[in-house]
Structure formats: C-alpha cells, structure tokens
Ligand binder design. Structure first.
Ligand code: BG6
Length: 516
C-alpha cells in the first residue's frame, strides 16, 4: 500500500540520503505551520523511506499537551493536510516516536528540562542522536530560544564527540537591516554558521530548484542570458487570497517584508547569478550574495518615477464573489498604511546585467494565484519582418512558471501555414504535470531532509539576508516617513494599481499578463 502511494521516482528507493539518527524539536509545535506543513512533510518523508532509521519528533510549546494528544493532533494534521493519504502502517512507525514537551521560551530552566528530556529519548533509543531544532514561533521569541539553546548546552550537543546540533529558523528573519544583524549576532554567539539553516520555503519548491538546472545544465540559455539579448526580466508572485485571519501579523509586515525581501529576491538571485564554480552550498550562496550586492539602491526621491510602488486592495470581486477591502479585514487598524502590493524596478550593476531592468511585483488579492519569472528578449533587427500587418510578432520570452501548473514556456514567432507569409506568436510548453506527474514533493519535505542531511544549499546564509535587507530597509524607512502618502489602491481581483503599470511604461515595457 505504502509503496503505491510513493512518487514514481522514489518507488523501490530505500535510502535516506544519509541523515543520521535525529531528534527533531519543533518550537511552536501547536502552531499553524506545524500542522499544515511540518508534520505532513515528516509523514511524507517517512512514506518515501527518507527518514533516518531512528527518528523522534518532539514538539515544544508553552501549552501543556499530553504526548497522546499531540500524537492525535499530528495524525489529524496528516489526514487534513498531507498531499498523500494517511497510511496507518507508516503512521504507526513514526507516531510512536512523536512526543511533546511543555516549556516557556524565555526560561533557561525550561531548556535544561528539555535537555533532560532529550537525554531520556537518547537513552530509550540506546544511542546518541543529532538534534535539529526547528524554530517556528512568532519572531518575538527567536532570540530567547537561540540564547537558551546556547546556555543549556543544547547548541553544542555532541554525537561521538562531534557537535551534532542544527537550528532551522523560519521567516521573518528580522524586520529591517538592524534587527536582522542583531539576530545574526545572537545566532553567531551560540551557533556556528554551518549549524544554521535560515528558511525561505520558495527555495524548496521544485521549480525553483530547477532554475539552476535549467540555466546551467543546458548550453542554449547561457550565451543569451545577458544584457546583449535580454530586454527585461519580470518576476511576479501573485496571490488571490487576502490577509484572512493573519491580519495582526500582516499589518506589521506588508508585502515588501512578507514576500519581496525574501521569496521574490531569492527568485531574482537564482535567475541573475553567475555560474557557481561547483554545486557546493557555499559556491552557490557566494554567487547569490554577489548579485544582491551589485543591485543599485532604489531611487525614491524622483516623485514622478520612483523605483518602488506600494498599494493596498479595496473591496472587489474574486471569482464573481464580493470580497472586503484590506481595511475592512479582521484585526486591521483603521489608520493602517500597510501595503498589500509592491512593485519594484531594480538595476543590477555588473557586466552581465547593466542596463537590463528587473521588475518585481507581489501582492494579495490579485486576479489569480500565479508565480512566474519571464525573461523577455530583445527584438531582432526590424529589417525583414516588420512594417506590415501580416506580421504579428511577439518578443521572444522564456516564462518559468513557478506555481501553479509548474512548467516552462518559450514564446516565439512562426509562419502561419498558407500561401502567403503571415506570422503569429506561438508557444512551446513543458509542463511538470504531463512529464513527471503531479504529485511532486512539497518544499518543506526537501528542506527538512536537507537540514537533517546537512546540505545548506537551499537555505539563506547570514550575509545573504543582510544584503537583501540593506537594499530594502531604506525603502521601508522612506515609506514610514511618508506615512500614508503615496500608498495607492487597487480593486481586489485586479492586477494591481495603475502606478505599477507606469513603473514599466516609462521604460517602454509592459507587465505580462501572467500565465498567458
Ligand atoms: C509566506 C507569506 O511566506 O508565503 C504568506 O508569509 C504567503 O503571506 C505565503 O501567503 C505564500 O507561499 P506559497 O508557497 O503559497 O506561494
């Protein structure tokens, strides 16, 4: 039964990629992320036989929850959120090793008690085990947890005399440059960088991992992947959902912090980076940081044509149904000036990209959920096919659709069959679902496994997060100083405000309609 549920590529595979026996401790164990993503990811790893032979999951949170109740919660979460149905045999194999430990985040004593509990688990298993700490709490307690992992000795937990402790840190990693630097300082006081795994779940998405393969395992893209051939790059991360019940968090965050500074910039750095010297994590991360450092500060002083536009949604229609505006959502203060949409124009000042605009946009309550990267190529010289209405020509565009309907499309021009020469844009498609089937692993499966194995390629390095904050902190400060001035509006269900269109028009470009 379990074998049938496995992904076709994994059937018969029984390797666990070398993860050592592990105790995974989740801080924030009764939270939403644990139920929706982390527990289902662990279950799917178990289903694919990718967990180490000895694996324990220990939930940690402030609330007292008996082990049995936490096990039931975990089972229910799998039933509700797993991409594959619950197989009882597989659940039994991990369920018996699921436990819960209650404690405060800011109490050193509680962490000594945690260390004791971990010792008991090791005793039960009859071996020393590596510790993976997953911090999935609100960011206000990140630093407490990290300091207490340090002071309790857990950060230096050893297996056969060698440090075997890792810490996975959820977003948001800071809310500006200063807070990110401070968080990095606290981390470095207690852990070495090689023990640290900063999450950006976009890096765990299949299509995002494929960016490196598409760029560097093919010969045809690299020669034209530069300022000589590329006209502009457009990255859209659009969501159709509103803020829902997350108003309290979101209003403190906004689109720039929530999506652009992290997820969208990760897409940009993978698209724009130079070829790494190898696939080693540091080789790849070095190149990502280099590209972030080459991005020019945004110009916001030019009021006619600033490099950043922000807006929030007003009431509108989604799939024909009326939805409220941002300010009418739960827990949003009436005087809020938080943006639910941001569009940015960036210039990368290096040999490859100078003069090629990179346009980024992300927002909630946009017309549809779609994330895509479009590389728009320059037009050929207009000597042969131009100036004639028989020639309907599109700019060559390579569209990488990150989600949903994952795939890649190349837009080119073709002769329409017939006795005269007329042209029309045509598309070549590659779709994951048709080529590989649709049940591909979720981002968190890959990321949790990689952290257990010790592969940090798909995680963000400390200097990388600071480089990205360095770019956007002045924007956040500028917007704060302006208060609500300059905050535009767009109707829910649209593609954003007119000003976001203007960001491109002035440079003779136009946003693509994503997915088309
Ligand atoms: C999270 C943001 O990081 O990413 C959310 O906090 C957003 O606001 C989510 O909805 C989007 O993730 P995905 O994987 O659904 O594109």
């Amino acid at each position: 039964m379990a074998e049938q549920l496995r992904h076709p590529f994994l059937q018969g595979l029984s390797k666990h990629r070398g993860a050592q026996p592990t105790i995974l401790v989740i801080f924030g164990a009764s939270g939403d992320l644990t139920a929706r993503k982390l527990v289902p990811a662990i279950y799917n790893l178990a289903l694919d036989n990718l967990l180490p032979s000895d694996f324990y999951l220990l939930g940690y949170g402030r609330r007292e929850i008996p082990d049995e109740e936490f096990q039931t919660q975990a089972r229910d979460a799998i039933q509700e959120f797993s991409r594959r149905t619950l197989d009882d045999e597989v659940w039994q194999s991990i369920g018996k090793h699921v436990a819960y430990h209650a404690g405060a985040y800011d109490d050193p004593e509680a962490f000594h008690a945690l260390a004791k509990r971990i010792g008991e688990i090791e005793k039960e298993a009859g071996r020393e085990m590596q510790l993976v700490f997953y911090i999935s709490t609100p960011p206000t307690v990140f630093e407490n947890i990290i300091e207490n992992l340090g002071s309790s000795g857990l950060a230096k937990h050893r297996v056969q005399g060698k440090v075997a402790a890792k810490v996975i840190i959820e977003k948001p990693f800071g809310r500006d440059l200063d807070s990110a630097r401070e968080l990095n300082r606290v981390i470095r006081r207690n852990f070495e960088e090689k023990q640290v795994y900063r999450i950006d779940h976009y890096l765990g998405k299949e299509t995002v991992q494929n960016l490196l393969v598409a760029r560097f395992a093919n010969a045809i893209f690299e020669p034209i992947w530069n300022r000589q051939y590329v006209d502009c790059v457009q990255i859209t991360v659009a969501e159709s959902v509103g803020v829902g019940s997350r108003g309290g968090y979101y209003d403190e965050s906004g689109a720039l912090r929530d999506m652009i500074q992290n997820h969208t910039m990760q897409l940009l750095s993978l698209i724009a980076m130079e070829p790494p010297v190898s696939l080693a994590p540091e080789a790849i991360r070095d190149e990502k940081v280099k590209v972030l450092k080459a991005i020019q500060p945004l110009d916001l002083e030019d009021h006619e044509d600033p490099d950043a536009v922000r807006a929030r949604y007003t009431a509108g229609l989604m799939n024909g149904k009326p939805v409220p505006g941002y300010i009418e959502e739960e827990n949003i203060p009436q005087d809020s000036s938080t943006e639910t949409f941001a569009a940015i124009r960036l210039s990368i000042n290096n040999w490859r990209w100078q003069g090629v605009p990179f346009y980024l946009r992300s927002g909630k309550r946009l017309a549809r959920r779609v994330s895509e990267i479009a590389i728009q190529f320059k037009q050929p010289p207009g000597i042969l096919f131009s100036g004639n209405r028989n020639f309907d020509l599109a700019q060559n565009t390579l569209v990488i659709q990150v989600q949903p309907d994952e795939g890649m499309t190349l837009l080119s021009n073709s002769k329409i069959p017939g006795l005269e020469t007329r042209t029309q844009p045509v598309k070549m498609h590659f779709r994951y679902a048709t080529t590989f089937g649709s049940n591909t692993p979720e981002a968190y499966e890959r990321l949790i496994l990689d952290a257990m194995v010790g592969d940090s390629t798909l995680f963000i390095r400390g200097d990388e997060t600071e480089a990205s904050w360095e770019l956007f902190t002045p924007v956040l400060e500028h917007w704060r100083e302006c208060n609500g001035a300059g905050l535009r509006e767009y109707a829910a269900g649209s593609w954003g405000p007119l000003e976001a269109e203007r960001l491109l028009w002035r440079h003779h470009h136009q946003w693509r309609r994503p997915g088309v």
